[in-house]
Design a protein around this ligand. Sequence first.
Ligand code: SAM
Ligand code: SF4
Length: 327
Amino acid sequence: MIDPFGRSISYLRVSVTDRCDLRCVYCMAEEMTFLPRAEVLSLEELDRLCGAFIRLGVQKLRITGGEPLVRRDVMTLFRSLGARLGQGLEELTLTTNGTQLVKYAEELAAAGVRRVNVSLDTLSPETFKHVTRWGRIEKTMAGIRAAKQAGLDVKINAVALKGVNEDEFDDMLAWCGHEGLDLTLIETMPMGDVGDRTEQYLPLSVVRARLRRRWTLTETTYRTGGPARYFDVAETGRRLGFITPMTHNFCESCNRVRLTCTGTLFMCLGQDDAADLRQVLRSGADDAVLEAAIREAISRKPLGHDFVIDRRRPAAKVGRTMSLTGG
Ligand code: SAM
Ligand code: SF4
């Protein structure tokens, strides 16, 4: 699949649920209304759609949400997708808050998952509770340990929040080095109606300059197929990634599209244009029609997003939350 700008689309992120056991302040409102079940694709429908994408050239699948591991029977999907590894699919991975990893790490590894991204914004139990509204850090920490024990490669994702965790990045980098984990920092993006984010926004250019006072960071060409840019950290021997949708537009090399749990395909995280693949699926379409609908959608992939967080202008923002589109 080649889009109108010559980019080859090989990476699909799939949100398998909009539900979550946490309520991170930048992601969800405290009182969330979740989708009626009939609107959410069944695991069989998700598997069929992923199969179509793989036939069309997707080599990397990332399962996300909401919290993917709170979806009932989600391991059935991991197993059926894992069976496609080596048959067009090269990598099956997930992004999780880690709370269910004690339960599922072994099964994920058995299904063929090799790497997992765990979201953890802080090392402080109090800050964790504040950011997630009610989460307990111990559960996520235990999940990280279980994932490592199961042989999974764990990367930590942390959203940089002004006045919340900005004093912690030195400690987090040291902790990740000690635990043998890579760390990626993410800028907050203006998504969904969960409050004014201009107060929380912290440019990663500032964070990087601060980290350079203590750490020797050398830019690398290492890529994981995602939007992060990586630096080697000489003191720890691990990598530090930065995802900077706000200060650096990474769209020129975008190889990704996103499928929501309702079967809506978003060709760009920061744009509203989408294709309704659930309607195609549920109309009884055969594989050829389904593949044609996907190709048609890819032919509309826009050049890029235009997120702006600027106090002088209203933020360019998209209405849906990250928990719907899948971060
Ligand atoms: N529940 C899982 C988790 O937290 O890892 C997967 C879904 S979550 C939506 C995926 C990622 O999106 C997380 O790393 C989260 O921190 C990030 N995220 C959510 N809302 C965001 C926002 N407004 N700006 C930047 N990152 C965000
Ligand atoms: Fe849940 Fe992940 Fe959103 Fe936090 S970031 S509320 S863990 S979906």
